[in-house]
Design a protein around this ligand. Structure first.
Ligand SMILES: Nc1nc2c(c(CN[C@H]3C=C[C@H](O)[C@@H]3O)cn2[C@@H]2O[C@H](COP(=O)(O)O)[C@@H](O)[C@H]2O)c(=O)[nH]1
Length: 340
């Protein structure tokens, strides 16, 4: 099987993009504005645990299993109407979006449901999935049937090929992020996040790449989680990163596209505009990373093991979470799919 490289795909998409563009001048300005933050403690790998109470705090085989389950379901949490959405209450707090998924998983584990064990989710029924991911509002989790299908599919593969343990798959990668990415793409079909653009097969691999990144994070970059090529991953092209890049002016939409987004147009996975938005986001962040490293280099500091697309992505994603109000006039693109 041949898997296009997401960074090369992004470069090709930017070169042919009509409705989305990257503003190099603004990219430089964003890199400068991140300069001090990039050497702060919370920008680093440890932030994955210290900043997010729902993430596993252990670095165990079970914690890796949690990451695999969550990233298998890590897609499509946006709601048609902001005031009418899927929410999960857990330990006196109410969670929305991606965090509602994590809250529902932790709620199930607290209730004694072995949701992160492959032998369980390989044969879960649709009703059991509906129960585990039940909403605390009248709005159900989006794409619940698709979630049931990918759970059964991924659980079955994990059992048949890796003895039910994603850590076994990680060990086969021999500490290479690219090898682990390839293993995930070869074995788990729902992770093959690809499209055809200008007659060329392109890839984003958002869930496959964030699975590798979250595995690196949960294992704290040590032992089986020490990937010597982690900086070859790109950011994860979801629907929040493009929104924050446009908000920060590093990426721009044509008037026509902005109008469609403002009207709440629903795009299909693989549509030209959707591919341009996702590809330009990946390329834009690769440039921000490059400029950040150059700024440190000018100060005689080699930050290549402290600044990479994964940590920049986590920072920008958390930024989007924390600046929801300020960003409300910048639309995000709406696609219902299992890829992001
Ligand atoms: N690019 C990127 N996309 C990410 C994440 C995460 C969760 N990772 C966090 C968990 C531990 C780490 O510390 C990360 O901070 C979820 N998503 C995507 O966002 C969307 C949900 O957004 P909202 O509706 O606002 O909750 C949806 O497409 C989901 O797939 C990320 O990190 N990067």
């Amino acid at each position: 099987m041949e898997f296009p490289c997401p960074l090369e795909s992004a470069k090709f998409i930017v070169a042919h993009s009509k409705d989305v563009s990257v503003d190099e001048e603004e990219v430089r300005r964003v890199a400068e504005s991140l300069f001090d933050k990039a050497s702060a403690e919370e920008f680093g790998l440890a932030g994955w645990k210290t900043l997010h109470e729902l993430n596993p705090q252990a670095a165990s085989e079970e914690a890796v299993g949690w990451v695999f389950l969550v990233d298998t379901l890590n897609f499509s949490f946006w709601s048609e109407r902001e005031e009418h959405k899927y929410l999960v209450k857990y330990k006196d707090r109410t969670y929305s979006g991606y965090w509602s998924l994590c809250a529902a998983v932790n709620r199930a584990l607290d209730d004694g449901i072995p949701i992160t064990s492959a032998s369980y989710f390989a044969t879960m029924t649709l009703d059991q999935v509906r129960h585990v991911f039940r909403s605390d509002t009248e709005v159900p989790m989006p794409l619940i049937e698709e979630r049931h299908r990918v759970l059964n599919e991924s659980g079955t593969v994990l059992l048949e090929k890796f003895g039910g343990s994603f850590l076994t798959c990680v060990k086969k990668s021999e500490k290479s992020a690219q090898k682990l990415l390839r293993l995930v793409l070869e074995n788990f079909p729902s992770y093959r996040d690809e499209a055809v653009f200008e007659k060329k097969k392109v890839s984003f691999y958002k869930r496959a790449q964030i699975l590798v990144a979250d595995t690196w994070s949960v294992l704290e970059g040590k032992g089986d989680g020490f990937f010597d090529d982690i900086s070859t991953l790109t950011i994860f092209a979801d629907y929040r990163i493009p929104q924050v890049l446009v908000h920060l002016k590093a990426m721009k939409y044509s008037e026509e596209l902005m109008k469609k987004l403002r009207e709440g147009t629903i795009f299909q996975s693989g549509d030209k505009e959707e591919v341009e938005i996702r590809g330009c986001s990946i390329w834009c962040c690769a440039l921000i990373c490059q400029h950040l490293l150059e700024l440190y280099e000018k100060k005689g500091q080699d930050m290549r093991d402290k600044i990479n697309a994964v940590l920049l992505d986590y920072y920008l994603w958390d930024y989007a979470r924390d600046h929801r109000e300020e960003m409300k006039d910048t639309p995000f693109h709406r696609v219902r799919c299992i890829y992001y």
